[in-house]
Design a protein around this ligand. Structure first.
Ligand code: NAP
Length: 345
């Protein structure tokens, strides 16, 4: 196929075989970018979204329709099979399912309800509607699963592989929004927080549009069929320390770091985990602290199980947009970072 080069603004190649595509999770960060990429390629895109979507339910139906221009927007509840069939699929035929659906909290109950159960329901419904290829946004961290949401995602990956449909399971590294939470505080003169010395982990950040292009191209690229696809952005792997150094350089200031010991997270996890046995709300907070600890200590790169280490060279790259260009755009006010429902910094 002809690769589509669109993240840098150049026109994308149209798909040689435009399809009718059902998109789930279209109102999320990567869902939006993926819908843009699919529409540019000339696919007929139908998005099934919630009546109140986006972070904190900030988007009404019209807002979602504006954000997803070029796609048809249908409203209902993806976790409800009746709503999915009646308001989503409407008895029509589809060629492909692209799912960027993901729990917004990462809390265990939500993760199993969305990242596993709702995905299974949707896969079954999509198959009934004629879908023969499913493209799934997963995460590179499921290769070393320790957290509830990772187990939920892996369980669905297994369902998809066993379904008999063609699949492309895309496991990206870190998103720009997850690495931009400190830009505002550093701009205000505060130090850049790092765990340990800031070199415990590394990742190859990938931009929303580069990932959206990659997901959309899975429909046409035969080499991405029936594969699990770890994917990062362009350039070398970078550590949190390098992120901070570049941020200070862009601001024209001397680097100023504050080190947070990983042991602090362990203590928080210990306390919340114990109290969480009697107060369920704190059990969710304990899981969020476990998620924080995971990302403080595990790299978002391909894991070499034999060597027992992360391997930057084995982590494929795509796209053209870099985290540091994004930092520069944030500082100039030319871009705005979307904060999630559970931002850490
Ligand atoms: N952050 C990272 O650095 C990173 C790196 C690699 C992989 N990942 C993976 O990427 C995925 C997250 O992507 P993202 O940042 O694009 O997600 P996001 O912005 O949080 O979007 C999640 C999407 O799922 C939908 N959704 C969530 N709960 C729902 C529910 N109960 N009912 C219906 N729809 C629901 C959301 O709809 P609403 O708009 O209605 O809420 C939204 O469309 C996760 O699987 C994560 O593990 C993340």
């Amino acid at each position: 196929m002809t690769p589509a080069a669109s993240a840098d603004g150049a026109p994308s190649a149209r798909s040689p075989e435009p399809r009718r595509v059902l998109v789930l999770g279209a109102t999320g960060t990567i869902g939006r970018a993926t819908v843009r990429a699919l529409v540019r390629r000339g696919h007929e895109v139908v998005c099934f979204v919630r009546a109140r979507a986006g972070v904190g339910g900030a988007l009404a139906r019209d807002d979602s329709a504006r954000l997803l221009a070029g796609a048809q927007v249908r409203v209902g509840e993806v976790a409800d099979p009746v709503s999915l069939a009646r308001e989503g699929l409407r008895g029509e035929r589809f060629d492909a399912l692209v799912s960027c659906l993901a729990s917004r909290t990462g809390a265990p109950k939500d993760a199993w309800a969305i990242d596993h159960r709702a995905q299974c329901t949707a896969l079954e419904a999509a198959r009934g509607a004629g879908v023969n290829h499913a493209v799934l946004l997963s995460a590179i961290c499921v290769q070393k699963p320790l957290l509830a949401f990772q187990h939920a995602k892996l369980a669905f990956e297994r369902e998809l592989i066993a379904s008999g449909l063609a699949y492309s399971i895309v496991r990206p590294t870190a998103f720009f929004k997850s690495l931009s939470g400190q830009v505002e505080r550093v701009k205000k003169g505060k130090p850049f927080l790092v765990f340990g010395d800031g070199t415990l982990t590394a990742c190859k950040p990938i931009s929303d549009d580069d990932l959206g292009d990659y997901l959309a191209d899975c429909l046409d690229d035969a080499s991405r069929r029936n594969r699990i696809l770890p994917i990062g952005g362009p350039g070398p792997a970078i550590t949190p320390r390098e992120q901070g150094e570049r941020l200070f350089a862009l601001l024209g200031r001397a680097p100023h770091f504050k080190s947070v010991p990983v042991g602090l997270l362990d203590a928080i996890i210990g306390v919340l985990g114990t109290v969480g046995r009697v107060v369920p709300a704190l059990a969710d907070k304990a899981e969020l602290a476990r998620i924080g600890r995971y990302y403080a200590t595990e790299s978002m790169l391909v894991w070499d199980a034999q060597a027992g280490r992360y391997d930057a060279a084995a982590t494929p790259s795509t796209g053209s947009q870099t985290l540091f260009d994004y930092y520069a755009a944030l500082l100039k006010g030319e871009a705005a970072a979307e904060r999630g429902d559970h931002a850490v910094f």
